[in-house]
Design a protein around this ligand. Structure first.
Ligand code: NAD
Ligand code: TDX
Length: 344
């Protein structure tokens, strides 16, 4: 069995590579990644010498490179994590999101049609459903919730999902889609809420909470997401969408306060800054289908997962210090410099 994992040098993709190599020692795992700002080869250093693993630097939009890889490896299953993944960046520059997230998906699926595969799995997101109001805690996203996106990022992911389902219906491509809630855990890129707050707090820097911080996200430990995808590619029904989430809704402000408490830092570091444009209020997944059909349940409680995650950032300083010493400084200055002045 050969599995082609795209975006495997990023946060969730790398955790999935580790999960698969450990659980299925006889599988061949081929990782293709463009190594954008979000992809780090240092993340994969522990598996680089594993004879069952191969890393290939390539862009999923590069049809020739992808076709050549399919010819060489003849993968059975494709799991597509490769994407531009940060909502704030999509608001600044949508184009690369449309290229990678939609056109890259198309190239991968064309390769699947040309060379033949047993499964194409698209790693999607709960953001394709838009958001839920804060005053309706009884509402959750199910697989039947209409697509209703807010940001260029979520629109690009939704566009890809529709294309994946179209390739199934039109060409009979054996596809599955997972739509997961917010992940957290090791190797989460520092631009995202949880690692950003841990890293800033450790440096006693301001903790930039967008608006009042009342927005709710439904947090899932990354390993639980990887187990869900593992189940879907092995036992999921072709043509189906599976929502993945652990019923762990938290307000942003409460997450940031918890990180302060865990690190022994004062809440006075919290700085309310100008809100994200089009900021989604609440995400909340109903994971009934994946539980009922595939027996999936989350295993890591948030209290344990956040503890493990903070410990990981404390013991892997070299990983994130290298990242934040480079272009990330320019990004941070562009996104957050002067943002407090615009707070309303
Ligand atoms: P990430 O930004 O950490 O990693 C993305 C990876 O894709 C990077 O290694 C990057 O180099 C690679 N990549 C980007 N463009 C590429 C291209 N054109 N060709 C090849 N490789 C390319 O993202 P993540 O948080 O690990 O998310 C992975 C996937 O999961 C994405 O599809 C995202 O939409 C989805 N997702 C993420 C979350 C979350 O909370 N992080 C939740 C639900 C779904
Ligand atoms: O500095 C910050 N301050 C802040 O208040 C950052 C970076 C974020 N936030 C808020 C915005 C969101 O309400 O925290 C929340 C989480 O933000 P992100 O970490 O950027 O995640 P989100 O926008 O929810 O999207 C994530 O989950 C769904 C992933 O980045 C997506 O790839 C995934 O599809």
């Amino acid at each position: 069995m050969t599995i082609l994992v795209t975006g495997g040098a990023g946060f969730i993709g790398s955790n999935f590579v580790f999960h698969m190599l450990e659980k299925y020692p006889d599988y061949r795992i081929v990782c293709v990644d463009k190594l954008t700002y979000a992809g780090n080869l240092s993340t994969l250093k522990d598996v680089m010498n594993n004879p069952q693993f191969r890393f290939v630097k390539a862009d999923i939009c590069d049809r020739q490179a992808i076709y050549q890889l399919f010819e060489e490896e003849k993968p059975d299953i494709i799991v597509n994590f490769a994407a531009e993944s940060h909502v704030d960046r999509s608001i600044e520059n949508p184009e690369i999101f449309l290229q990678t997230n939609i056109l890259g998906t198309q190239v991968l699926m064309d390769a699947c049609r040309k060379y033949g595969i047993t499964r194409y799995h698209q790693v999607s997101t709960d953001e394709v459903y838009g958001d839920l109001p804060l005053d309706r805690p009884d509402l959750f996203f199910t697989e039947e919730t209409p697509i209703h996106t807010s940001s260029p990022y979520s629109s690009s992911k939704a566009g890809a999902d529709l294309l994946v389902l179209a390739y199934h219906r039109t060409y009979g491509l054996p596809v599955t889609i997972s739509r997961c809630s917010n992940n957290y855990g090791p190797y989460h890129f520092p631009e995202k809420l949880i690692p950003l707050m841990i890293i800033n707090a450790l440096a006693d820097k301001p903790l930039p909470v967008y608006g009042e911080g009342l927005n709710v996200r439904d947090w899932l430990y990354v390993e639980d997401h990887c187990r869900a995808i593992d189940l879907i590619i092995h036992k999921g029904t072709v043509g189906e969408v599976y929502n993945v989430g652990g019923h762990n809704e938290m307000k942003n402000i409460d997450i940031v306060k918890l990180i302060c408490e865990k690190l022994g830092k004062p809440e006075s570091l919290i700085t309310h800054v100008a809100d994200r444009k089009g900021h989604d209020m609440r995400y909340a997944i109903d994971p009934t289908k994946i539980h009922r059909e595939l027996g999936w349940l989350p295993e890591t409680k948030f209290a344990d997962g956040i503890e493990k995650t903070i410990q990981w950032y404390l013991t892997h300083r070299e990983w994130w210090e290298e990242i934040i010493s480079g272009d990330y400084q320019k990004y941070y200055e562009k996104m957050y410099g002067g943002r407090e002045q615009f707070m309303v």
